[in-house]
Design a protein around this ligand. Structure first.
Ligand code: UD1
Ligand code: UDP
Length: 379
């Protein structure tokens, strides 16, 4: 029996984190030949994940350029991925999430009438400018895909509202698989989290606030307000802010200008995944505008204040572990102070919840991809 050829596409750090469990699960199927294509929309941050996960892509488009515009990025992704599909034909393409890679990958497959499976389908904020451009990216993938792996019932319902009538499967989010697998690996071998171990002594018994930010809609005034809030929070000597800074030059420039002189704001280069997971496990609370971190923090019972106006991940808010605080500096400072000063408020949020999955998403996705692709090939 000839094996079905499945191409898994990824370009950024979070795609690789959320797809490595899926790749491992698919590789266990004798009926499937797994091919991988890194667009390398991210370079160093992607390679950090690929190295740790032991993934050597079959194709690497090396698309990243410093400060690349969305136009140029999207155009190069579309022609680059199209070229791979023409030279190395496959029976199915799998994309993840809402990046330019995922959107362009789905479109390139559609132009060749290759079926597309979408991992992390159905997330919707309802506002095409928040997050920008991700909300439109994932809406564009929905009518193309024939398999929609919704992490939650809320995400599945959003797809149904868009008249997607078949191929929706609620699987959980594979980020929870990645988190649990990585946490177990770090517990077994703490040296895996060397980046975290290097900074951990500097925490020195103080309360750790883990910070990440990179959303394009926050560039400019939003990032300056966030930096202002961090400075005001850091005025309290009993806290340390650990801030792995996203390499997008628009982020680093603001943070370097505004935070350079504050000793208890530890700005570090992006952590590899084991170090980030170890830092998350050690944190008292998390300040972020990241999608993935919003999913991971509730799983570890870490209160997460989301520096955005909307979220396509309302499950964390409903579970009580996440709170939307926007990008107004006064509001961010007030919400952080409330959690630091009010033990009852802190305890109410610091409850472990897994609204985004049970750590078995990848196995479910692999089983459905196997069955779905065999059916298609007979049709
Ligand atoms: C991208 C995704 C976003 C996702 C985020 C995860 C799009 C349009 N955006 O945003 O949805 O949430 O990744 O982090 O798909 N850079 C480096 N090294 C790296 C990665 C990025 O130097 O390893 C710098 C480069 O200057 C690059 C810039 O960051 O041009 C922006 O990268 P890009 O992939 O366009 O967007 P992100 O803001 O990272
Ligand atoms: N992450 C990481 N190192 C860091 C910061 C984040 O490995 O220094 C991980 C984090 O655990 C999560 C993912 O990167 O799984 C989130 O990526 P990002 O915030 O860049 O993108 P988003 O999820 O917002 O698309």
């Amino acid at each position: 029996m000839s094996r079905r050829r499945i191409l898994i596409l990824f370009g950024t750090r979070p795609e690789a984190i959320k797809l490595f469990p899926v790749i491992r699960a698919l590789q266990a199927f004798p009926t499937i030949e797994v091919l991988t294509c890194a667009t390398a929309q991210h370079r160093d941050m992607l390679d950090q994940v690929l190295g740790i996960a032991g993934i050597r892509p079959d194709h690497d488009l090396d698309i990243m350029e410093p400060g690349q515009t969305l136009d140029r990025l999207t155009a190069r992704l579309l022609t680059g991925i199209g070229g791979v599909l023409d030279t190395d034909p496959v029976d199915r393409v799998i994309v993840q999430g809402d990046t330019a890679t995922a959107m362009a990958g789905a479109l390139a497959a559609y132009y060749r009438k290759i079926p597309v499976a979408h991992v992390e389908a159905g997330l919707r904020s309802g506002n095409i400018l928040h997050p920008w451009p991700e909300e439109v990216n994932r809406r564009m993938i929905a009518p193309i895909a024939d398999l929609h792996f919704a992490p939650t019932e809320i995400a599945a319902a959003a797809l149904r509202r868009e008249a997607i009538t078949s191929g929706i499967h609620v699987t959980g989010n594979s980020v929870i698989d990645a988190l649990h697998q990585t946490l177990a690996a770090v517990e077994a071998r703490p040296a895996l989290a060397a980046g975290w171990q290097d900074v951990a002594p500097a925490i020195d018994g103080r309360r750790l606030i883990l910070v990440t930010t990179h959303r394009r809609e926050n560039f400019g005034g939003g990032l300056e307000a966030i930096a202002d809030a961090l400075l005001r929070i850091a005025a309290d000597p009993a806290v340390v802010l650990l801030f792995p800074v996203h390499p997008n030059p628009a982020v680093g420039a603001v943070m370097e200008r505004m935070l350079a002189s504050q000793a208890n704001i530890l700005r570090v280069p992006p952590f590899d995944y084991p170090s980030f997971v170890a830092a998350l496990a050690a944190a008292s609370l998390v300040l972020t505008d990241s999608g993935g971190v919003q999913e991971e923090a509730p799983a570890l019972g870490k209160p997460v204040l989301v520096m955005r106006e909307t979220t396509e991940r309302p499950e964390g808010v409903a579970a009580g572990t996440a709170r939307l605080v926007g990008t107004d500096a006064d509001r961010i400072v007030a919400e952080v102070r409330r959690l630091l000063d009010d033990q009852t408020a802190y305890a109410a949020m610091a409850q472990a919840h897994n609204p985004f999955g049970d750590g078995q998403a990848a196995a479910r996705i692999a089983r459905i991809v196997d069955a779905g692709t065999r059916l298609l090939s007979r049709a």
